[in-house]
Design a protein around this ligand. Structure first.
Ligand SMILES: C[S@@+](CC[C@H](N)C(=O)[O-])C[C@H]1O[C@@H](n2cnc3c(N)ncnc32)[C@H](O)[C@@H]1O
Length: 342
């Protein structure tokens, strides 16, 4: 079991290196070496009864360490965190051993990481442009797996999408993904209503909930950290409404064609986490309601999702009713860093 857990930390390190997080990669490498039974946290991690990857055990621990560093509670370890240099292995190992004796980390082992990646608005927005251009109508958004609802507020952000520059001049967040292909359609995206659902919504008005979300962003990815801080601060003053619950019953209760607007069900990197019955019920409801849609009461289903575990990039797909045509719009980096528009 211990060898497995140490190997899982090394494997997580490889993942983080590939995902452009070399500092967190190194933390995972060193944690795999320094964890021992001398601390309650070390015992809990090395004796983990479940699947370390399935439970995101390594990210629970790095999230907890990052949270304590961000809060100023581990100054010894903070000296090795960005923007400082991590230092040599011996110094980093000593700081990690000291940090692991902080029993506040045990709380972080109890729950899975939660994220809300604002960069994904840079992929969802060109999807909304496509819908607005095709229908000429205002949009009502229904987001599934909305987390803190930051991507439901995407019309508050500024954009440069393949040279198409738009958004409020005072936008708290500006998104300019590395763009390949033609620019997205030009259209006026007017959002007349928005609402989301999540099994465990994050209340952006709660400072502790905001800190928790920030703790799971890898600290060397400073642009993502800054973007999330800015989006959270803006959302705290004007949160998007998110209901708590499973997405299937919520879609069935809320989504139907309405004259004069286009209903848009959208989700990003969430569908893979839904149970099979939830996915099937959502698809069945969309097909049934799509059959009732008209040119003045259309329905759209916009999905920015990982299609399989092959390592291929997530896709952006759109089904638009009436008609129910399914279109592949783009391939995109999982955090929205790049978009290949088709
Ligand atoms: C990886 S997060 C993505 C959050 C957000 N869509 C984003 O792109 O940043 C997946 C979210 O799906 C939510 N979720 C998982 N299963 C769900 C379900 N059955 N119904 C509703 N939400 C669910 C989780 O709570 C989590 O907030």
């Amino acid at each position: 079991m211990h060898a497995d857990i140490r190997a899982a930390f090394a494997q997580q390190g490889d993942w983080n290196r590939r995902l452009g997080a070399p500092f967190t990669a190194r933390l995972c490498d060193r944690l795999g070496v320094v964890l021992d039974h001398g601390s309650a946290t070390g015992r809990a991690v090395l004796g983990w009864p479940g699947d370390a990857f399935g439970d995101a055990l390594m990210l629970r621990l790095t999230g907890g360490l990052n949270a304590l560093v961000r809060a100023g509670a581990l100054p010894g370890l903070a000296a090795h965190y960005p923007p400082n240099k991590a230092g040599d292995d011996a110094a980093l190992d000593a700081a990690l051993r000291a940090a692991l004796s902080d029993d506040r980390l045990l709380l972080w082992l109890e729950s899975a990481p939660q994220t809300n990646e604002v960069g994904r608005s840079g992929v969802l927005m060109p999807g909304l442009l496509t819908i607005a251009a095709a229908t000429g109508l205002a949009l009502e958004l229904f987001e599934l797996g909305a987390s803190a609802g930051l991507n439901l507020r995407l019309d508050h952000y500024g954009y440069d999408l393949g040279g198409a520059v738009f958004g409020p001049a005072d936008a708290p967040v500006r998104l300019a993904p590395d763009w390949q292909g033609p620019p997205p359609p030009a259209a006026d995206v007017r959002i007349v209503a928005r609402r989301g659902v999540d099994l465990a919504p994050i209340d952006v008005r709660d400072p502790a909930a905001r800190d928790r979300l920030l703790a799971y962003v890898w600290p060397e990815q400073t642009a993502r950290v800054a973007r999330l801080e800015a989006a959270l601060a803006a959302a705290a003053a004007d949160p998007a409404p998110i209901d708590a619950g499973d997405a299937a019953a919520w879609v069935e209760a809320h989504v139907a064609p309405v004259d004069g607007r286009c209903g848009v069900v959208l989700h990003s990197i969430a569908f893979q986490y839904f149970p099979a019955t939830t996915k099937a019920r959502i698809a069945a409801h969309m097909t049934a309601q799509g059959a009732l849609a008209t040119a003045t009461a259309p329905l759209a289903w916009l999905r920015y999702e990982l299609e399989d575990a092959s390592g291929a990039l997530p896709t952006l797909r759109l089904t638009l009713w009436p008609g129910g045509e399914d279109r592949l719009l783009a391939h995109a980096h999982p955090h929205g860093a790049s978009v290949q528009w088709l």
